[in-house]
Structure formats: C-alpha cells, structure tokens
Design a protein around this ligand. Structure first.
Ligand code: PLP
Length: 399
C-alpha cells in the first residue's frame, strides 16, 4: 500500500472531527480541517462585529484570493472562475447557457448524476434535443471508442461525470477531452467527486466547462461550488439569469455583461463560506493533490480487499482507474440497516440509491449500494474497525 509517507498524524490533529467519529462519508461531505473552520467562523465574527458589507470590504483581498486558489487548483486563469453555492448550480449555470436547437444531440455517460440527467430531460422537452448515452466498455468506464463513433455534426455537447456519486469509477476524462477537442465540440465535466482527490488540470483534461463542490473531497464548507468556463467559450454561452453583479445597467434600455466568468455569479453570496472554500483549496494544495490521490487510493484499495473477505459482501466498484469511493452490497442486509448499525458505533457511511445514478444502477440491476468513502485522514485502523463492525452486524442480522 502506498500510504507510507503521508503525515496522517498532522492531518488528524488538524481535523477536530477525527476525535468524534470514524468518518467514511467523504463523498457526502468531508470533515473540515481547523484552518477552514477558523476562516469561516472568523469572517462571521467580523461580520457580527463591524457589519456585513464592511467585513466584505475588509476581506476583499482574501475574497480575490479565492479565485487565485481555484485557478491554481484547475490550471486556469482567475477570469475563468465563478464561485457559486453548489456544484449543481455551477453545472446548471453552464448547461442552461448553451443555446441548444431542435435536433441537437447531447452525448453523456452511464454514470451520470441525477441532477444532470434531469436537466437534459428538461431541455430535451423544451428544445427538442436528443440525449444519447455513450455505453461503457467492458471495464465499466465510458467507452472512448463508442464516443468517437457516436460523434456527428449534430452533437452540441459532450457532458461527462468524472467520478460518479455511487462508486470508485474514474471515467477517462482526458481521453474524452482529446476526442472533443479534435471534433471541436464543447465538453462539460462534472468533477464534483474528483475535486480534491484527483488532479484536475483543465488543459490536460481538455474540458471547456467544469463544476465542483466545496464540501466533498476538498473539505470546504457546505453551500459552496465552483464553475470553470474556458475563456474562448464565454461569448457562446448565454447565462440563464443576470443581475447587477453579472452585468451593469448602463442605460435605461441597455446592460453590459461582465467579460469574465463571474457573469455566472450573483451579487449576494455567503462570504464566510466563500472564504472557507478558498482556505480549503489552499489546504488541499498544501498537502499536494498527487500525494492525496495516492494516499486515498491506497486506503480505498486496502478497504476493498478486506470487504471482499467478509461473508456476503460484494464490492461493486467498476472501471480501470479507481478512487476513494468504495461501494458494496451486503447479501440480505439493506443499506439502511448497514448504515444504522455503523452509526451505533460512531462510524459514518452512506447509501446511494438507483434514482441518483439510474442508468448505471439499472444496467447492473442494483437498487442501492452502501458507499464507504475514505479520505487521507482516515487510517488503516479505522478501516479495520469498520470491517469488524460490519462483520458483527452481518452475523447479528442472522445470515
Ligand atoms: C454530489 C454530486 C453532485 C452535486 O453536488 P452539490 O454540491 O450537492 O450540488 C454532482 N455530481 C456528482 C457526481 C455528485 O456526486
């Protein structure tokens, strides 16, 4: 296992929640580290002390710094970043800005997240676009060969979930990017679960739009998300709504949009959370995304190996490359029963159900999976404790 050099002790000391829980729900929301907590609470205290507008003015450099941090994380410029309140909203703002016409096609993946697919369906209904799901290859990742074959001049968007919400699969984003670049088709990447655990360089990937959340592997506060939009694409997109931050009312019958990606933002925001997101990105970059990837990947592989040995437990992760999300089923034990039994012992896991990733789950005949998602601050001891607790729960359930 390649987890030897990571300074786990420091990571745990800087994570107050490690004293309270065994947190294996990092794909839901990770435990915030102390510096993130301090920056959020610190700004709230400043607001309480001197006033909200005044606190924002006093922290303007820090707020600007959030864009620099995001640009460093993604390898883009600050003008290509919008800070919003969730990954879904970030994704929606980009998606609904694409001027689809009747007969246009959207190519997407089997691993697609429900909120994305619901938006495709709505736009299909409204604008008469066609949704085509690119099949997986035999490993369970999106088939890049099939994608290449499915491209024609009606394809208006390729939209892909990098890491699905329900398992360890990592879709081949950079290979998809090579195909979309060659074809000149915009590529929207949902990087919600990969941000903070896998390197995300928008040039290396070749995506044109990317959305991510703060609270998952980046360990930021809830209610934060980021949108990246490639500069060259900005003029082609029509933000679904504008306000006096996104645009200026220049005359009674005229407005001018901002010329950067902040045209997708709204004026009002949670400054404390936004500042916390910047701190979380800096904190992740401080550890290094590649060391994080290796540590998280090593722990997840260790966990998969142990789960395989438990009676009735089946690991459900697919694909060639895997990440920190481990999914499994337990014969005869519903996901909620597993979750409740673990909660009794102070262990957090979650359950992912078919309506969140319907294409994938139906293709595999799975109504639900138990999702056990590790982060770098988890330990092999914690994984052992979890596996032991699961074994006891399985025995008690009377199999
Ligand atoms: C969690 C998740 C989202 C949604 O993120 P929010 O910040 O809750 O909007 C989108 N896509 C995937 C793959 C997710 O797992």
């Amino acid at each position: 296992m390649t987890t030897g050099t990571f300074d786990v002790d420091t990571a745990r000391k800087e994570t107050p929640g490690c004293d309270t829980v065994i947190h294996l729900n990092n794909a839901g929301a990770s435990l915030m580290p102390q510096p993130v907590l301090d920056s959020v609470v610190g700004h709230l205290q400043l607001e309480a002390r001197i006033g909200g507008y005044e606190a924002a003015a006093a922290a303007s450099d820090v707020v600007e710094g959030v864009y620099s941090s995001a640009a460093r994380l993604l390898g883009c410029s600050t003008a290509e970043i919008a800070v919003v309140d969730s990954a879904t909203r970030a994704w929606d703002l980009a998606f609904y800005a694409i001027p689809f016409g009747r007969g246009d096609r959207i190519l997407t993946s089997e691993a697609e997240y429900a909120s994305n697919f619901i938006a495709y369906l709505q736009v299909a209904e409204r604008s008469g676009v066609r949704i085509d799901v690119v099949p997986n290859d035999e490993s369970g990742q999106l088939s890049v060969d099939r994608l290449r074959e499915m491209i024609d001049d009606r394809v208006r968007l390729v939209s892909l979930t990098h890491v699905p919400t329900n398992g360890g699969l990592v879709n081949p984003a950079a290979e998809v990017g090579r195909v979309t670049r060659a074809a000149g088709i915009p590529f929207l990447l949902d990087a919600c679960q990969s941000a903070g655990q896998l390197p995300l360089d928008v040039e290396a990937i070749g995506c044109d739009m990317l959305s991510l959340t703060g609270r998952k592997y980046l360990r930021g506060p809830r209610g934060t998300g980021l949108l990246y939009v490639r500069r060259e694409l900005l003029p082609e997109l029509r933000p679904p709504m504008l306000d006096l931050h996104a645009a200026t009312w220049v005359s009674r019958d005229g407005y001018r949009m901002r010329d950067d990606a902040r045209r997708f933002e709204s004026w009002e925001c949670n400054y404390a959370a936004k500042i916390g997101l910047g701190t979380a990105i800096d904190y992740a970059l401080g550890w290094g995304i590649e060391p994080i990837r290796d540590r998280v990947g090593g722990l997840a592989e260790d966990l998969r190996g142990r789960l395989e040995e438990l009676p009735g437990v089946r690991v459900r992760d697919t694909g060639l490359q895997r990440c920190g999300i481990v999914s499994c089923t337990v014969d005869g034990m519903p996901g909620d029963a597993v979750k409740a039994a673990m909660a009794e012992r102070g262990i957090n896991v979650s359950v992912s159900r078919a309506p969140s990733t319907r294409w994938d789950m139906e293709a595999r005949g799975l109504p639900e999976v138990v999702r056990v998602s590790v982060h770098y601050y988890n330990t092999v001891d914690e994984i052992e404790t979890f596996c032991l607790a699961l074994e006891v729960a399985i025995l008690r359930s009377g199999r």
